[in-house]
Design a protein around this ligand. Structure first.
Ligand SMILES: O=P(O)(O)OC[C@H]1O[C@](O)(CO)[C@@H](O)[C@@H]1O
Length: 246
């Protein structure tokens, strides 16, 4: 695992573009994408870059159950407005939150991932260590499934909605087993509210109680942090594992 700490989120976004560029140069054409506040700046930078994704496939991690792509808080809407409208991809996939059968949709989505192996997967991390919408306790072998969102995730994500009661209580998410299939993973985390989860994920024991800890087992992970998100990492660990980029 490579851990990079930069001064602030803006620097991290630029660093993220470099990682995208490098992956593309080495043949990456299928990108696993995330939503939430974390990658917004990265997508802004990608939109302003000269990178061309018209021969690429985008496969997102998750979608709220019950929101269609025209709902401003749906992840489809987020992806269209933050990236796809400005930087078209050949194909873009998100789970369908309006699918009549969640079970059929999950099988279909697993098939999409299996037939388009992800070269570079972008991840954010929840305050409880979730990746995608895989909440604590999710088996590391899980594939795409419906998840009941925890009260802490609903509360954290309510900042994007009018109020907490508007946040859907379920989502469709790639499982941890799917995420681990990606050839390369870039986990980004910013701000003090992520510091505890980052510390546990990177330096704690690998446990299903903290989904992101599984990344310690993946052969090709880069973690990109701002100073605030890195603040609780023990100094001896930092000395041994962290590269500061200023
Ligand atoms: O980047 P944010 O908004 O803090 O969210 C962190 C993570 O939570 C999710 O939004 C799911 O709640 C993920 O998609 C994201 O990576």
């Amino acid at each position: 695992m490579k851990v990079l700490v930069v001064k602030n989120q803006k620097d991290a976004d630029r660093q993220g573009v470099k990682i995208f560029r490098q992956a593309y140069k080495h043949g990456a054409r299928t990108f696993g994408l995330a939503t939430g506040g974390t990658p917004e700046g990265l997508y802004r930078e990608l939109c302003q870059s000269d990178l061309d994704f018209r021969d690429c496939i985008a496969i997102n991690l998750d979608e709220y159950v019950g929101l269609d792509g025209n709902h401003p808080q749906s992840y489809r809407y987020y992806m269209q407005s933050n990236l796809f409208n400005q930087k078209p991809f050949a194909e873009t996939y998100l789970p369908d939150g309006m699918a009549p059968s969640a079970k059929v949709e999950c099988t279909h989505y697993n098939w999409i991932i299996a037939t388009n192996p992800i070269d570079l997967q972008i991840l954010g991390i929840g305050q409880n260590g979730h990746i995608g919408f895989n909440e604590p306790g999710t088996p590391f072998t899980s594939t795409t499934h419906v998840v009941n969102l925890t009260p802490s995730t609903i509360k954290a994500n309510s900042r994007y909605f009018k109020d907490e009661s508007q946040v859907p209580t379920q989502a469709l998410t790639q499982g941890i087993g799917n995420i681990l299939q990606a050839k390369q993973i870039l986990l980004m985390a910013f701000g003090p509210e992520k510091a505890q989860a980052v510390k546990e994920a990177l330096t704690g024991k690998v446990t299903e109680d903290l989904p992101a800890s599984v990344l310690q087992k993946h052969p090709h992970v880069t973690v990109l942090l701002d100073e605030a998100a890195a603040a609780l990492l023990p100094s001896e660990w930092v000395a041994e594992h962290v590269q500061h980029i200023y």
